[in-house]
Design a protein. Sequence first.
Length: 394
Amino acid sequence: TAAMDWQDPFQLDSLLTEDEIAVAEAARDFCQTELYPKVLEGYRTEEFPRSIMKQMGEVGLLGTTVKSHGCPGMSSVAYGLVAREVERVDSGYRSAMSVQSSLVMHPIEQFGSQEQKDRFLPKLASGEMIGCFGLTEPNHGSDPGSMETVAKMHPTKKGVIVLNGAKNWITNSPIADLMVVWAKLDGKIRGFLVERSQVASGLATPAIKNKTALRASITGMIQMDDVEIPVENMFPEVTGLKGPFTCLNSARYGIAWGTMGALSESIKLAREYSLDRKQFKGQPLAKYQLIQKKLADALTDATYGQVAAIQVGRLKDAGNCPPELISMIKRQNCDRALAGARNLMEIFGGNAASDEYHIGRIAANLWVVQTYEGQSDIHALILGRAMTGVQAFA
Ligand code: TGC
Ligand code: FAD
């Protein structure tokens, strides 16, 4: 009989293409050799060096699904595998990568004019330019449709748009060269590309310091006080919430994969620790049934979660994926990864309080991941609406 490989019980490679396997291996190699050695310092100092994005660009980890401008043009599953490998190191590094790929490059590919694509995609793919995505505001998070940020045509300067408002909790904003900002023009939500180097005045992007999680990525505000941008920097056609939500479909999909990387790393660390650590007559913790149950629960969740993510990715690429499926896997995988990491943390006893054991950082990060891109309960309501036809948001 075949023996179970605890690192890949369902032999997931058999569900992947050769290219996808190669991408996952290359991403893992890069993440373990380049990112992993940096993570503790990044988490302690809350610094995200621009060079990380540059390195990601050099190895082709940015804009994995984008089909032009020298980008890999790969499957959603390949993108998910990259997210898994980056988040195996840290959710904050995956955040920086997903914002660049799913929330900046993807909308430019999907909604941008040819001129916008030509101008921005190559520099975003190489990591020379860093992007951010401004949807959430101080007063509107789960309900972005009520946003207060406004765009107006300049009363006297032809072809100039004026932006006023504030975005809050924006990954990458303090170091972003390009900001995708969603604002209401004549009452309708539109997307705007704000280039920092082209803005003369009124733009500030202060960092939010002393975070309790996701400290290895940089987060801030986008404050706009009569910020003037050329009308050519507006996405020409897309209007309404389907603009930002189309980007979120891609980012939420990546998160469903990323969390499985964080959970898999937690399992690996907890298994090793439970075999090494001895309590009661020199027996390893791994010998005790309650410890084994924690490991078994987490492994089952990580395995099921990845199979679901592969299937949803295939449906997505076939153009047959209602957004509710992405809500289902974003919610489930975030919830299970958070619960799993939190339970496995107990195996480390007091040592979990030392960041050198990593598990505390992973668990702290995962509650943010469960919150951004639609908090889990919001995704439950999205599913409930699809099941009953009745919306429960308001
Ligand atoms: P609702 O009536 O549901 O929809 C309004 C319009 O949008 C369309 N739509 C979608 N289109 C494409 N994909 C989707 N997933 C879509 N969901 C909705 C819908 O068809 C409709 O179009 P139309 O043409 O009929 O107008 O809108 P609502 O206001 O009732 O929405 C409520 C709710 C709760 C579903 C929604 O607002 C929501 O999902 N809230 C969560 C907010 C959120 O996810 N924010 C994320 C901010 S970005 C972020 O967190 C990045 S972190 C990145 C990182 O660091 O990794
Ligand atoms: P609220 O909307 O105030 O919700 C608070 C709680 O109430 C949640 O548990 C929610 O589920 C619940 N709730 C709200 N409404 C309902 C309801 N109708 N029924 C039941 N429960 C409800 N945003 C961006 O635009 N871009 C980014 O790059 C970005 N990066 C982020 C990075 C970090 C580190 C963090 C922490 C956040 C980031 N966000 C970003 C913002 C994130 O998307 C929001 O925090 C999230 O959408 C929740 O919004 P909120 O914080 O305003 O919570």
